[in-house]
Write a protein that binds this ligand. Structure first.
Ligand SMILES: Cc1cc2nc3c(=O)[nH]c(=O)nc-3n(C[C@H](O)[C@H](O)[C@H](O)COP(=O)(O)O)c2cc1C
Length: 187
């Protein structure tokens, strides 16, 4: 069990990713592990989509359209650069929450469960020897993006998880600083 703590303790994001990404069988393994996240009411609010290859342009288009919202007269020549942003990894795992009205489980808790599943996915991806980087940004939270990705009004993006093989193998384990973040009530 010590190894599991060590593994979790050393998890890190990988911004630089290359091919290969997990294959279908590995994705199923990863998403099965992710879906064992704590889940109030067992509502299973997590939904997953895997974008790869040319399909990554769909996410790139969201970046471009979001940029146009901010700066409507952006030069169309810039579009390619925004599309490229979605190609920083060979795959993007889109995790979103499909929430429902529930007498005991408010929407925030359903969203929390999907965030927990996303964290489990990060661990499972790393356990399979791949790397990942959870990204969002304002683009993840706009109606325009929801329309572009064909998401319903009760569905909310939790993360664009960029997934692939880490370009760098060197681990840079960050100092975990709990100073001022724990209070003990045990005397
Ligand atoms: C909900 C959420 C959204 C995030 N969105 C972004 C993002 O858009 N861009 C980014 O550079 N990092 C984002 N991060 C942070 C990275 O995923 C990562 O945790 C951070 O770079 C620290 O690296 P580490 O995970 O190795 O400690 C996000 C993290 C979370 C939990």
């Amino acid at each position: 069990m010590k190894e599991i703590i060590e593994f979790i303790r050393n998890r890190e994001s990988c911004p630089q990713l290359t091919a290969p990404a997990p294959n279908r069988e590995e994705w199923l393994e990863i998403l099965t592990a992710a879906s064992r996240a704590a889940d109030h009411g067992a509502l299973k609010p997590w939904r997953y989509r895997i974008y790869q290859g040319a399909q990554l342009d769909q996410i790139g288009e969201c970046y471009w359209q979001h940029a146009l919202t901010d700066v409507p007269d952006l030069d169309p020549c810039q579009r390619e650069n925004f599309i490229k942003k979605a190609h920083r990894a060979p795959a993007i795992l889109l995790v979103y929450a499909a929430t429902e009205e529930h007498s005991k489980v408010p929407e925030i808790e359903q969203i929390m469960a999907v965030a927990a599943a996303t964290q489990q996915a990060l661990l499972a991806i790393e356990a399979k020897g791949y790397g990942a980087m959870w990204r969002t940004g304002a683009v993840a939270h706009t109606d325009k993006t929801k329309v572009l990705l064909n998401l319903k009004s009760n569905e909310q993006i939790i993360g664009f998880v960029y997934v692939g093989t880490p370009k760098k193998t060197q681990k840079t384990i960050k100092e975990v600083d709990l100073e001022g973040r724990i209070e003990w009530f045990d005397s």
